[in-house]
Structure formats: structure tokens, C-alpha cells
Design a protein around this ligand. Structure first.
Ligand SMILES: [Mn+2]
Length: 294
């Protein structure tokens, strides 16, 4: 059993529309804390990181809100570092740019591996991004590409090596992201791979590729799920993980991987149907932390 440090980051500064700032409330309301406690874990509620509202900081900095996002991620990383070694940070987004803070905070020397579960690549830089929204850029910055002001969250440069990252569930990449995947030789397990080989085989490949690392961070963007089961997400894309596929992925991670930090991001209650998407993400989190049928 683990001690889980739950941190909310109610930030939507990196997103193109409002709403994912309510993600931490939606996940808590859906019973996240009690569900994890019922599995026998110790749950420490660390509250929310302070996040400025966009209307208060139209600072003219491009990409939009970059400095406020960097400051929020910096605070998130500091809060995670206040946990004891061995405690598992569970960060509730917020848009996916919060992961620059959660992974920076979880990294404690050595090599950190990341399983990035997402419909998108999040591999744009300010130069390549079609939208200019930072939530499409966090993984690029963690790999050392893009804007030095965001890389300053972890002290500059690359925090992750390309061979220590696996993307899973991808079905929408921009042209420059495809090129970045080829250039960096990133392992991207797409929905086509899952359709052809099954989620079990794809999950095993992901875990084998990440087995050599000192710790493993799972970054779960709710938009990896199919919109039919999770309509309330930042950027819905058809053709995502089914309920059973996502559950099996979580069960395989719980059984076979040593997951040392997690974030659950991009739940958007404004687009949701009576908090259904947050409830699904709580169930996924429960499976990731060991709930099983037997
Ligand atoms: Mn994402």
C-alpha cells in the first residue's frame, strides 16, 4: 500500500477553451479520495496550487500565458518535492501543461520514464504549434525542445530522454509533430496499433520499453478515452480507448509496473454529462492503484 499525495492544479491557461480548471473539483466530487482509501492506500490531500485566472493576466506574452504557466508548474514541482521519498504524487489537472510541473517535481535524479497516454502528441513548440496553446507542447519541452522559459521549470534543457518516453493512444498528430517523432525516434503506440494487436500486447511493449528506468510517471490525458465514454475532455477526438481497453491498460500497469507518480489531466466538466467523465477517470485511477476483480 502506498501513501498518495493528491495535488490539484486548477489551471486552464494552456488550453484553447475554459473548463479544465474545474477538473480537480470534478475528480474529487466523483469520489477520488474515498475510492483510493478504500483500496487501503493512505491519501494525503495537499490542496490546490494557486493559479491565476486568465482574465487577470492578459500579459501580451506569447505563447499565451507562458509565464503564468511556468510559475504554476514551478509551484507544483515544489509541492511534490515536499512529499517524502517513496510517496506517490497524484496530480489532478488542469490542462496538460501541468505535467511539466508534476514530472519536474517527481524527477529526483537518475532517469525518469514517462508513459504519455493521450489522443495527441503534445510535441509542438511555440514555433510549430498551429494553435499557440501550451497544452499541446509539454512533452516537447520535457524533451528539451522549444522555449527556455518553460524548460526553466526543471532548471533548463531536457528533463527526459526520447528513449525513456512512450506515447500511447495517439490518433491526432500535427505535421511538425510527425517529423519530431521521426527525428527523435520516439516510440508512439497509436490507436491503429491497439486495433491491430490488442491493448494487452501494446501495453506489454510499453512496459518493456520503460523497464530500465529509475522511476515511472504515468501522464493520463482524459482525451485518450473515446468521447462516447468520456465526452467531458479538453479536446475530444473520435476513435479512442474503450472502457475495457483503458481498464486493462491500468490493470497491467498496476500488476507489472512500479508507477511512482501520476497525473490525470484535461477533464472538462463544462463539456461533460453530469460528471460522467470524471467518474470514469476515478475508476481508471482506482485500477491503476490496484483495484482488481479478484
Ligand atoms: Mn495531452
Amino acid at each position: 500500500m502506498a501513501t498518495l499525495g493528491v495535488i490539484g492544479v486548477p489551471m486552464d491557461l494552456g488550453a484553447g477553451r475554459r473548463g479544465v480548471d474545474m477538473g480537480p473539483s470534478a475528480l474529487r466530487l466523483a469520489g477520488l479520495g474515498d475510492t483510493l482509501r478504500a483500496l487501503g492506500h493512505t491519501v494525503v490531500q495537499l490542496g490546490n496550487v494557486d493559479v491565476p485566472v486568465p482574465e487577470a493576466i492578459d500579459d501580451g506574452v506569447m505563447p499565451r500565458y507562458l509565464e503564468a504557466i511556468a510559475a504554476t508548474c514551478h509551484h507544483t514541482a515544489e509541492l511534490i518535492r515536499s512529499l517524502r521519498p517513496g510517496d506517490v504524487p497524484l496530480v489532478l489537472g488542469g490542462d496538460h501543461s501541468v505535467s511539466m510541473g508534476s514530472i519536474a517535481g517527481a524527477h529526483r535524479g537518475g532517469r525518469t520514464g514517462v508513459l504519455w497516454i493521450d489522443a495527441h502528441g503534445d510535441l509542438n513548440t511555440p514555433e510549430t504549434s498551429p494553435s499557440g496553446n501550451v497544452h499541446g507542447m509539454p512533452l516537447a519541452h520535457l524533451l528539451g525542445w522549444g522555449d527556455a522559459r518553460l524548460q526553466a521549470i526543471w532548471g533548463g534543457g531536457a528533463l527526459l530522454r526520447p528513449e525513456d518516453v512512450v506515447l500511447l493512444g495517439v490518433r491526432s498528430l500535427d505535421t511538425a509533430e510527425r517529423q519530431a517523432v521521426r527525428d527523435a525516434d520516439l516510440r508512439v503506440l497509436t490507436m491503429s496499433d491497439i486495433d491491430r494487436r490488442g491493448i494487452g500486447s501494446v501495453a506489454e511493449e510499453a512496459l518493456a520499453a520503460l523497464a530500465h528506468l529509475d522511476r515511472l510517471h504515468v501522464s493520463f490525458d482524459a482525451d485518450a478515452l473515446d468521447p462516447s465514454i468520456a465526452p467531458g475532455v479538453g479536446t475530444p477526438v473520435p476513435g479512442g480507448l474503450s472502457y475495457r481497453e483503458a481498464h486493462l491498460l491500468m490493470e497491467i500497469l498496476a500488476a507489472e509496473a512500479n508507477v511512482t507518480s501520476v497525473d490525470v489531466v484535461e477533464v472538462n466538466p463544462i463539456l461533460d454529462d453530469a460528471n460522467r467523465s470524471a467518474r470514469v477517470m476515478v475508476e481508471m485511477t482506482a485500477s491503476l492503484f490496484g483495484r482488481s476483480v479478484l
